[in-house]
Design a protein around this ligand. Structure first.
Ligand code: KG4
Ligand code: ZN
Length: 345
């Protein structure tokens, strides 16, 4: 079975083809980062327009890469939410139209389900059930994954998502957008013991997260300390130390909540996915804690941590194989800017 996957929920146009016999046979990605960088964040209308420009050429390139024609496909999977409505609609319109024209099933995929299943693309993959930490620019979720489509949210963020906190801190320190990987790079040169940043919600029971207090603490620390710097070198050192202390506070909070959830559920595997799962410090911390608390962490390879078409093609293939998808007879095009992961069946 060959499934075309279309991802267009934010600022990446991802197109891939997953073959259930051969694995991933095409993987095309176009990132709009340069387009949005000058604005310091994603401009939704520009994102939609750029998806319109890129989506069809990328589908053609994916077919060429796989040596297939559209007729060879068995289904079209596309991200139908959550995300930016205009951006989602581009993928949904193209995906459903292609499916309709070919008289093949169209499969709506929840973006976070795509992230959650991405580690299953690897050779060393987890088996159901597992715990999943989904950390992206828009979400911070701890999910009990019993089986495909059986998702129970154990923890959520009350305000900013983990990736959003990274991006806002990067902006404060004058780093490019999206700032997660720049904070991580800078943090390697910093002293993570110079300041004691708060660990939000750690001394309360439960598995929810909150990053806005940490964001404020970071801002106040930067504004206070930068006044005391007498030259550029000291300022650069301060930036690196703040990046390191901030990264440690976020990774420590995320990791400890994972351990708490592992103890609470008795699950033995932890899947970490979404853009922030590319963070090396987080990976190292969870690997160490896994040995201590006897759980096995699974990470997607870095290119499948951030948004991509492969995870959508793969999720589509899993849903089709399990006969778990909604396919409308007529050309009904739907996109959901908000969509509860627990309500997928
Ligand atoms: O999953 P993703 O590509 O898009 C959304 O669905 O939001 O995640 C993007 C987020 C951004 O906030 C970005 O700064 C963050 O992932 N990110 C990182 C790293 N690489 C990307 N955060 C921390 N460390 C990284 N190495
Ligand atoms: Zn994402």
């Amino acid at each position: 079975m060959k499934i075309l996957g279309i991802e267009s929920s934010c600022d990446e146009t991802g197109i891939a083809i997953y073959d259930t016999d051969q694995g991933l046979v095409a993987d095309q990605l176009y990132s709009q980062i340069e387009l949005h960088a000058q604005y310091g964040g994603v401009v939704p209308e520009l994102a939609s327009r750029d998806h319109v420009r890129k989506i069809v050429p990328l589908i053609e390139q994916a077919c060429e890469e796989a040596g297939l024609t559209l007729d060879d496909l068995d289904g079209i999977a596309y991200t139908s939410g959550p995300g930016l409505i205009g951006a989602l609609l581009v993928g949904a319109c193209v995906g459903r139209s292609v499916a309709w024209a070919l008289d093949k099933p169209a499969i709506e995929i929840h973006h976070m389900e795509g992230h959650l299943l991405a580690p299953l693309l690897e050779d060393d993959k987890p088996e159901f059930p597992f715990l999943s930490l989904l950390v992206s620019g828009g979400h911070t979720l701890l999910v009990d994954v019993q089986a495909l489509g059986e998702y129970k949210i154990l923890g959520d963020t009350l305000d900013d998502a983990a990736g959003e906190a990274f991006d806002k801190t990067a902006k404060l320190l004058g780093l490019p957008y999206p700032g997660g990987r720049y904070i991580a790079e800078l943090a390697t040169q910093g002293d993570n013991t110079r300041f004691k940043f708060p660990r939000p919600m750690m001394n309360r029971p439960g598995l929810d997260f909150s990053f806005s207090g940490l964001k404020t603490f970071t801002r106040v620390t930067w504004e206070t300390e930068v006044e005391l710097c007498s030259n550029d070198e000291e300022k650069q050192k301060l930036k690196a130390d703040i990046a390191a202390c901030f990264e440690l506070a976020v990774t420590d909070t995320l990791s400890k909540k994972c351990v708490r959830a592992i103890k609470q559920t008795g699950l033995k595997s932890l899947v970490i996915a979404g853009g922030v799962s590319a963070n090396v410090a987080l990976r190292e911390m969870l690997s160490t804690l896994g040995q201590k608390h006897r759980f096995k962490p699974f990470f997607p390879s870095p290119k499948y941590c951030t948004d991509n078409g492969a995870m959508i093609a793969f999720a589509g293939a899993m849903r089709m194989a399990a006969n778990q998808y909604a396919s409308y007879g007529e050309a009904t095009i739907k996109a959901y800017p908000r969509w509860n992961l627990e309500q997928l069946s």
